[in-house]
Design a protein around this ligand. Structure first.
Ligand code: MG
Ligand code: MG
Length: 272
């Protein structure tokens, strides 16, 4: 059952999302060769608690940490550890926070030092596919419209679109209805309703879409061990249009990246 939110609840969700956004911004400055994912995990926990929130993943389904840290061939749900990041790695960081009973949950794949042009392109296309998908999150559309758009965009580039893991409704629970797959058919799936809030999160592989799970019961990685990227935003359906609740602006500020992708997205959303 989809649980639409009131405008007051959406504002609370924005607050939770922005705590995650700021946390990712803090981490952005620290992601570099030699740093361990466990160190970044502690930093994130501190930052979340400093904002009067609670880590959203810690203890959820018995997950042991604040962040899901998935380097290179890991797709999602990697567990932080003491292995230092290396030059040329990528690291997908997924972060959740709860405040005022509402969850924020978004993710970004960072470059560690200088990465290959092949990987840079994977990250670029995956992030673009996120916005391509979010644009379809509008009145009259269904989950299949978002999934179709993401799938088509990524498969055009020859990438593998993970099927087994999907985006989701978000609110007082981390995982609410509906499931938001990154693949699908136009006009199929659950119909969007005003006030609903979701996490849209393409998980895109450089090679095969096939994945497997490690013995730890968490870590998902690509079957061919080629890299995988993951970008996630939280979005509300307001006046029939997608409204971003999360932002990558803190990351870009930390990294000195000039990006107007979110403004561009908002301008396009206005004319949907
Ligand atoms: Mg997430
Ligand atoms: Mg999510």
């Amino acid at each position: 059952m989809i649980i639409p939110k009131t405008s007051e609840e959406i504002e609370l969700m924005r607050e939770s999302a922005l705590i995650v956004s700021k946390t990712l911004g803090i981490l952005a400055k620290e992601v570099q060769p030699g740093v361990t994912t466990l160190y970044l995990d502690k930093l994130a926990e501190e930052c979340i608690r400093d904002h009067g929130a609670v880590p959203g993943f810690l203890g959820l389904y018995d997950f042991p940490n604040t962040l899901c840290m998935s380097p290179n061939a890991q797709v999602v749900h990697g567990i932080p550890n003491n292995t230092p990041l290396r030059e040329g790695d990528i690291i997908s960081i997924d972060c959740g926070a709860v405040k005022n009973e509402f969850y924020g949950d978004h993710a970004y794949t960072f470059e560690v030092g200088e990465v290959s042009s092949e990987i840079k392109k994977l990250l670029k296309v995956t992030k673009e596919s996120l916005y391509v998908g979010i644009r379809e999150f509008k009145a009259g559309n269904r989950t299949g419209d978002v999934g179709f758009a993401i799938q088509q965009y990524c498969e055009e580039h020859g990438y593998g679109v993970v099927r087994e893991l999907v985006g989701h409704g978000l609110g007082r629970k981390m995982h609410e209805d509906p499931e938001m797959p990154n693949y699908g058919r136009r006009g199929k799936g659950k119909k969007f309703v005003e006030g609903m809030t979701v996490a849209i999160e393409p998980m895109i592989n450089l090679g095969t879409r096939r994945i497997e799970q490690l013995q730890d019961g968490w870590t998902i990685l690509t079957l061919d061990r080629k890299p995988s990227a993951h970008f996630e935003h939280n979005v509300a359906l307001v006046n029939g249009k997608p409204e971003l609740l999360s932002t990558f602006a803190y990351i870009y500020e930390a990294l000195g990246i000039e990006s107007n992708e979110e403004d561009e997205f908002r301008q396009k959303a206005l004319v949907l």
